[in-house]
Ligand binder design. Structure first.
Ligand code: GRF
Length: 196
């Protein structure tokens, strides 16, 4: 069996997508393994999930750095020191500098809670409700310097139902996020995803 692709995951909070990735990676047949989880927020719930799974964690607080570039450089150093080959953003709430993004070109992916290119940025479920779309969902894409804009790897759709609130719609999308992210990571790790 070939070695698992070494994945680093960046988080800021709850970490439910991280959990879905940890669960998938626990299967010996899965082509990727999580070797490091970095959070920019101390006490993020996702850190506990990683520890439970026996994965090393690191808190790198952006507030401890004089600039975005300095913060990103510290993360870059930690990822490379751990031998990370592929970076997954999973609810990581910081914009990344162009230099960092370019350094991981084609080797960094993100999950975004909308069917891109619709509803980039924040509050995607509120945006979808305001637009009156009948289908919503999530996207896994390569990260490029422009926000929520890189080549699409995979998408999953859910219906928007009569009477949906931001919360009910978010919950329906989150359920499919947890299916989609491991499936997309598998494609990338096996070299079967469309190119960056
Ligand atoms: C998810 O909805 C993800 O798509 C977005 O941020 C949220 C993170 O949730 N990027 P969690 O931390 O994975 O639970």
């Amino acid at each position: 069996m070939t070695a698992k692709v070494k994945v680093g995951v960046l988080i800021s909070g709850r970490g439910s997508n991280l959990q879905a990735l940890l669960d998938a990676c626990a299967d010996p047949a899965f082509p990727a393994g999580i070797a490091l989880v970095i959070s920019n927020v101390a006490g993020a719930q996702g850190l506990e999930r990683a520890t439970q799974a026996g994965v090393p964690t690191l808190v790198i607080n952006h507030k401890d750095f004089p600039s975005r570039a300095a913060f990103d450089a510290r993360m870059d150093e930690a990822l490379r020191a751990a031998g990370i080959e592929l970076v997954c953003l999973a609810g990581f709430m910081r914009l990344l500098s162009d230099g960092f993004v370019e350094g991981w070109h084609g080797r960094m992916i993100n999950i975004h809670p909308s069917l891109l290119p619709s509803f980039k940025g924040m509050h995607t479920h509120a945006q979808a409700l305001a637009a009156g779309v009948k289908l919503h969902g999530c996207t896994v894409h390569y990260v490029t310097p422009a926000l929520d804009d890189g080549p699409i790897i995979a998408q999953a759709a859910v219906p928007v139902l009569e009477g949906d609130t931001e919360e009910s719609l978010a919950a329906r999308v989150l359920e499919v996020e947890h299916q989609l992210y491991p499936a997309a990571l598998k494609l990338v790790a096996e070299g079967k995803a469309p190119g960056a």
